[in-house]
Design a protein around this ligand. Structure first.
Ligand code: ADP
Ligand code: MG
Length: 357
């Protein structure tokens, strides 16, 4: 008997050119494992740090491969050294994207992945993809622009100033007078806390700004918000976009740094649902969807907040392709909201597919 339904051909992009390359590989591994092989024909495409697209050739992956990721990833259980198994991979010809795949899932974080570049490239190639398009991705990635738009719409954000590489770094005293101490310094376009610094004293200031400049020519300096860190997941589109329950990050480090996120196993724990008064939870959920819509996002995003002691909320940032690593909040929030990892991935692929033109 013929197959009742032809399998949907999905390509998962992972790795990428950003400092979040390894995080992306971890995310992709989980997403691909949760994708139902009975209904989807899965193909992995890795992007190296220098931007080469690699795959295992046209041969089909079988389910056993996906358990071991044979010939695709090396050191897959170690977040520090996980990498593409380049010896077993060959160049992928991007001109084949549209003919080979029904939909692409760009499981990429950070610049050249989550910022609209790859989304524009996929759109140019006429292949539908999961997640926000060019505008939503670019707005979500650029912390300065996102904050300005949110502020214009009355969404509460932390006060900040922008520092550009081609201008003089402002004097510490002037910044401290405006924003108070300590301060947060971060690259405008980055993620996973890469290049983020908490600055308490003048002697830390220039080093922090210069380090952030390694990742972006635009750096934002923010007032420090004294509060708890909570996150809310959004899934869907337009009037159908829904917020999950709210989760809290309890970091044991001074802030939720890269190490606390991915390296130190005890760096942070998460609590779902966050213990908050119902009115605060509802305000967060409503604001999360609002932020998602203001920034023209699609399919999925995680919106991160601070909750101050008085119950007031501040939006920190949006992540248009949130992490899907073992410890990541996005899939966990949905699991607690009644949507399993498998169902979540299935919905996301269907949203992408739905944009086929
Ligand atoms: N204004 C702030 N006040 C207090 N903590 C902050 C502030 N900005 C960032 N942080 C801390 O730094 C972490 C990383 O900053 P974030 O803006 O979320 O960057 P990224 O995009 O790299 O995740 C946050 O999770 C939080 O712990
Ligand atoms: Mg963050």
């Amino acid at each position: 008997m013929e197959d009742m339904e032809k399998k949907v051909r999905v390509a998962f992009l992972c790795g990428g050119r950003s400092a979040e390359h390894e995080v992306s590989l971890q995310s992709a591994k989980n997403i691909v494992s949760a994708t139902d092989g009975a209904r989807y024909e899965k193909t992995l495409i890795g992007i190296t740090k220098d931007g080469r697209w690699l795959w295992r050739g046209g041969e089909r992956h079988n389910e056993a491969d996906f358990r071991g990721f044979n010939g695709f990833l090396l050191n897959e259980d170690d977040p520090k050294t996980i990498c593409l198994d380049e010896k077993n991979l060959v160049p992928f010809d991007c001109g084949q994207l549209k003919q080979r795949f029904d939909v692409v899932f760009p499981v990429l974080h950070g610049p050249f992945g989550e910022d609209g570049t790859v989304q524009g490239f996929l759109a140019m190639n006429g292949v539908p993809f999961v997640g926000s398009g060019v505008l939503g991705s670019a707005l979500g990635m650029d912390k300065e622009t996102a904050k300005k738009l949110l502020r214009a719409e009355g969404v509460p954000i932390a006060d900040f100033v922008t520092v550009r590489k081609d201008t003089r770094i402002p004097a510490f005293s002037a910044i401290a007078a405006k924003l108070g101490l300590p301060l947060f310094v971060k690259p405008a376009n980055m993620g996973s806390s890469v290049g983020v610094h908490k600055v308490h004293r003048e002697d830390e200031w220039f080093e922090a700004v210069n380090d952030a400049f390694l990742y972006d020519a635009k750096v934002i300096v923010e007032e420090c918000i004294d509060g708890r860190e909570v996150e809310c997941a959004v899934l869907g589109n337009g009037a159908e976009a829904k917020a999950s329950c709210v989760g809290e990050i309890i970091a044991s480090h001074e802030f939720y740094s890269y190490d606390a996120k991915y390296i130190d196993e005890d760096g942070a724990r998460i609590e779902i649902p966050a213990k908050l008064p119902d009115v605060v939870t509802e305000k967060i959920r409503e604001t999360a969807v609002n932020v998602f819509l203001i920034l023209s996002c699609a399919d999925l995003s995680r919106v991160d907040f601070f909750v101050k002691n008085d119950g007031g909320i501040i939006v920190n940032e949006i992540n248009t392709m949130p992490g899907f690593t073992k410890i990541s909040m996005y899939p966990k929030l949905w699991e607690h909201s009644g949507i399993s990892y498998e169902t979540l991935v299935d919905r996301l692929i269907r949203y992408g597919l739905g944009r086929r033109s």
